[in-house]
Design a protein around this ligand. Structure first.
Ligand SMILES: [Cu+2]
Length: 402
């Protein structure tokens, strides 16, 4: 027995160098952009070697029927999707990486999909999107990375993306196991991870074992309503993030970003964004369980400071079943257009979501399932008059995942 124990780990370690995009650690730690998740998070997608490149491909496609209740609600059928191709290989003494990500979200139209209390971005360059989630851009990420190890467990890395994701916020919601089965974007998206598609990002970082420190310069302006193009880069904003993965089940990050004129419709307002998050991932027998907590704060300069809290969890059990839930408390200051007597104030919105997915097909590289999510919103009397009493919504969906 003791002989086997000594021989095995040494051999496997030599055959499979555990080097990822940004440093010497298992690749399951990589999430969106340069962000980290717990290493025990499930590995998704197809992996293969091609001419010295280690290639990964993954993606999903959801077909959704959406009903948002109350006076400001509406109904829509649409699809959300993401396809991601990542490749890395040794180049000289370092590691060269290429990351690209696409979405067919623009097919849903410029007004996106109905989502009560959602705000952020515009559909025509004149009016804000209110009670709707914007579609994501076709080009979500086109990035080159290079990392240089300089001692055991230490590395420096660079990341250039057009578009890309700056070092700000937790991993984008569609990359978190705790969120990826939920068909709805979080209401806190523009407090936490909305910079995940930014046209022009340069990040430099340092990894020391379980710690990553990084800083970005990037374009503060959000993508415009033309979702099929690549917009011109600018480097007028900055951010810094520290991430700590103390063991393979936990990942913490804290970050701050200064966003120069993020909103097309409020060009004279800059935003200071602070985020803190924690992700806990646990492998179960025939399943996985992940929980994310995040806090984000937007300080408009000049203007209001608002906060958002998110707590979400998803558990996959007995292979075919996933239950997901999300609780958010967000101070929303963009629910009314300029000129409306209710505009210019922030309103508390509490949202609770619960949902379930049944995967009727689970093959080696493909999952197919059907699911439903249900939401209740708790708001003040003022908002109840506009929206209806405790507005409720639901989504029904079918999805394919690679
Ligand atoms: Cu987004």
């Amino acid at each position: 027995m003791p002989v086997m124990h000594e021989a095995l780990p040494a051999q496997t370690h030599e055959e499979m160098p555990m080097y990822s995009f940004y440093g010497d650690y298992p690749e399951t730690r990589e999430a969106s952009g340069t962000s980290w998740q717990p290493e025990s998070s499930p590995m998704e997608g197809v992996h293969f070697m091609l001419d010295g490149w280690n290639v990964m491909f993954h993606g999903y496609l959801n077909g959704i029927y959406d009903h948002q209740g109350g006076k400001r609600g509406s109904d829509k059928g649409f699809s959300t999707s993401m396809f991601m191709l990542m490749a890395d290989r040794k180049l000289s003494v370092g590691m060269l990486g290429y990351r690209s990500m696409y979405s067919l979200d623009p097919l849903m139209g410029k007004r996106g999909y109905p989502l009560l209390f959602q705000t952020g971005e515009t559909y025509d360059g004149i009016h804000p999107l209110i009670d709707r989630q914007h579609p994501h851009d076709f080009f979500m990420e086109e990035a080159l990375t290079y990392s240089l190890p300089f001692s055991e467990k230490q590395s420096l890395f660079g990341y250039f993306g057009l578009p890309g994701e700056p070092a700000l916020g937790p991993p984008a919601f569609m990359h978190r196991f705790s969120a990826m089965d939920n068909p709805e974007a979080p209401l806190s998206h523009h407090w936490l991870d909305s910079t995940h598609i930014t046209f022009g990002v340069i990040t430099l970082g340092y990894v020391f074992d379980k710690i990553k420190i990084e800083s970005s310069i990037f374009r503060g302006r959000e993508p415009n309503e033309n979702r099929w193009d690549i917009e011109s880069p600018r480097f007028d904003s900055y951010s810094g993030r520290i991430t700590f993965n103390p063991n393979n089940e936990l990942s913490f990050q804290a970050s701050y970003g200064y966003l120069d004129s993020p909103e097309q419709l409020e060009p004279n307002i800059n935003v200071g964004r602070t985020t803190v998050s924690a992700i806990y991932n646990r492998i179960l027998k025939d399943g996985n369980w992940q929980t994310t907590f995040a806090w984000g704060r937007n300080d408009k300069k000049p203007g209001l400071a608002t906060n958002a809290f998110l707590l979400e969890s998803a558990v996959n059990f007995m292979k075919f079943n996933t239950v997901f839930s999300r609780f958010e408390y967000v101070q929303k200051d963009e629910l009314f257009e300029e000129g409306d007597p209710l505009a210019g104030k922030s309103y508390d919105v509490k949202k609770f979501t619960i949902g379930y997915v049944y995967d009727f097909l689970r093959l080696k590289n493909i999952d197919a399932g059907i699911g439903a999510s249900f939401d209740v919103h708790f708001v003040s009397d003022t908002l109840e008059e506009v929206y209806s009493d405790t507005p409720k919504s639901f989504m029904l969906f079918a999805r394919v995942k690679i």
